[in-house]
Write a protein that binds this ligand. Structure first.
Ligand code: XMP
Length: 515
């Protein structure tokens, strides 16, 4: 069974939630892709979806130049269509209904009174809690449509046409604040579009392994390992396909967490018998970072140096023809977004020079996956939880958690403090519940007293955040006793620290990392 044979096309009108739609569809084990709303009709025909979802978006259908579709779209697309929020308003407008310009945005929870319809199957009796975020609303149905759901503020909160091939919902079924929204999307995908749940990690592996073998042939492949989940899973998948013809290069940049390099290296080497070349380049990186305080400069130095070290090492390997990378679907979407290509490609991924110089082909086996899918894939490939469930760790590592100058000594202080944070968070059973937790070394010395002596030492900030995707985040209300243990242990065990403070800022307006 081809896992891509039954797929959904999501047309993006710029909603911040578009990726969530894709994730919900994938959770229903149906493959889908996000493309700009204005992608060519030939592309859609070739893509051959079993259904199309029109995302929400920040525009009003009344805005000049608001993203739209050709009027003929709804006649030409021969598969079911679901419009969400802006997607519904656009559907209504283009199919001959009326949309009302609203002065006030409706934002927040609402109760949907759903009529009996296949899309609402299994929602139970009574009102359904849904999440609204819209200005305009549909106030007159297009001909041939009927209302299948109302709410206090929207008399047409959900609609469908007579044949059941076009649906529209005013609310956002893709967000967690619509608790049964996943069911609604699942109903659309399975019952309305008739997709079967064939997108599983097991079948993904089979397909990916075949693809890699076909692409690579008998050549050798090189892959950079960073210690994070993505590169480790990408490498493991390529290894599953071509075994010892893959060589991984693990650059120790001197700003990794305690024991990190050894842990990842030994897991991949011992458990999976992979070729790992560990390069200790810490002295080189620290020398370049000497005296640098500006966060963006630190990032550039680390990114640039990584590429140089990697290129040198890869250049020594014989007969390498491909470079494997752990590029994920969100990076791919960003670069094809109609809002314009993103400039935020992470520097540690950017080994473009190497591709040109060594004339390498690119193998990106995770290009279709979201982060949570990469984790399931890792598990399916037998990767230990400890690596699969790792908190995200930035490419520039501890360097952007040492505020001010990065020195070997300051790295050591932070590495020890950070290890204690992680140990205690894990011991309290909190690790899996947090997006990230870590220590930050501040460029501030304060006075303390130890025994009878006055001390004048460093301050460490503790950061723990909850997040779904790193775009927004809330500081975590850690139990006092956990904070207490962390603080006591850091001050007692890490030389050079006499004060621990807790960061109680959310993103926005702060960021997760301090630099
Ligand atoms: P911020 O600090 O922007 O972080 O709220 C959002 C997420 O991105 C990670 N992050 C980085 N990852 N290179 C990376 O690979 C970077 O330069 C970088 N800066 C931030 C951060 O850890 C969080 O998960």
């Amino acid at each position: 069974m081809d896992i891509h044979s039954e797929k959904i096309l999501i047309l993006d009108f710029g909603s911040q939630y578009t990726q969530l739609i894709a994730r919900r569809v994938r959770e229903a084990k149906v493959y889908c892709e996000i493309h700009p709303y204005n992608c060519a009709p030939e592309f859609i025909r070739k893509f051959n979806p079993k259904g199309v979802i029109l995302s929400g978006g920040p525009s009003s259908v009344f805005d000049k130049g608001a993203p739209s579709l050709p009027k003929s779209f709804f006649n030409e697309i021969k598969v079911p269509i679901l419009g969400i929020c802006y997607g519904m308003q656009l559907t209504a407008k283009l199919c001959g209904g009326k949309v009302e310009r609203s002065k006030k945005r409706e934002y927040g929870a609402a109760d949907l009174k759903a009529k009996k319809d296949v899309i609402f199957d299994g929602l139970g009796k009574g009102a359904v809690r849904v999440w609204m975020s819209h200005g305009d609303k549909v106030n007159e149905l297009p001909p041939g449509f009927s209302t299948i759901g109302t709410s206090e503020n929207s008399s047409i909160c959900a609609m469908r046409n007579r044949s059941g091939s076009i649906y529209g919902v005013q609310f956002h079924p893709e967000v967690v604040h619509t608790p049964k929204g996943d069911k609604i999307l699942r109903n659309f995908v399975m019952k309305v579009c008739g997709c079967r749940p064939v997108w599983t990690m097991k079948s993904f592996i089979d397909t990916a392994v075949e693809d890699i073998r076909r692409k690579v042939g008998n050549a050798r492949v090189v892959c950079g390992i960073s210690g994070g989940v993505d590169s480790a899973v990408a490498a493991l998948l390529v290894h599953r396909a071509i075994g010892s013809r893959l060589t991984c290069i693990f650059v120790d940049n001197g700003v990794l967490r305690k024991g990190e390099a050894t842990k990842v290296e030994s897991t991949l080497k011992k458990s999976f018998n992979m070729n790992i070349k560990r390069v200790d380049a810490s002295a080189r990186f620290l020398k370049k970072l000497n005296g640098v305080e500006d966060p963006e400069k630190k990032r550039k130095i680390i990114g640039g140096e990584f590429v140089r070290v990697f290129e040198e090492e890869a250049g020594r390997l014989k007969e390498v023809r491909f470079l494997a990378q752990g590029t994920l679907y969100p990076d791919v979407i960003e670069s094809v977004s109609f809002k314009g290509p993103s400039a935020t490609i992470k520097s540690h991924h950017n080994v473009g020079g190497l591709l040109k110089k060594m004339k390498l082909g690119l193998v990106e086996p995770l290009r279709e996956l979201f982060k949570d899918e990469v984790r399931s894939l890792g598990r399916e490939l037998g990767m230990p939880e400890e690596i699969v469930n790792r908190h995200p760790f930035p490419g520039p590592g501890l360097a952007i958690r040492i505020i001010g100058e990065v020195t070997a000594k300051r790295c050591e202080i932070l590495r020890e403090a950070d290890a204690i944070v992680l140990e205690e968070i894990k011991a309290a059973g909190l690790y899996g519940k947090l997006w990230q937790s870590f220590a930050v070394l501040l460029p501030i010395k304060t006075v303390g007293v130890m025994g009878d002596e006055r001390t004048y030492e460093n301050t460490v900030a503790l950061r723990a955040v909850d997040s779904v995707d790193g775009m927004t985040a809330d500081w975590v209300r850690l139990p006092y006793d956990v904070m207490d243990r962390i603080s006591r242990r850091i001050i007692n065990e890490v030389r050079g620290v006499n004060r621990v403070v807790y960061d109680i800022s959310s993103k926005p307006p702060s960021t997760i990392e301090w630099e």
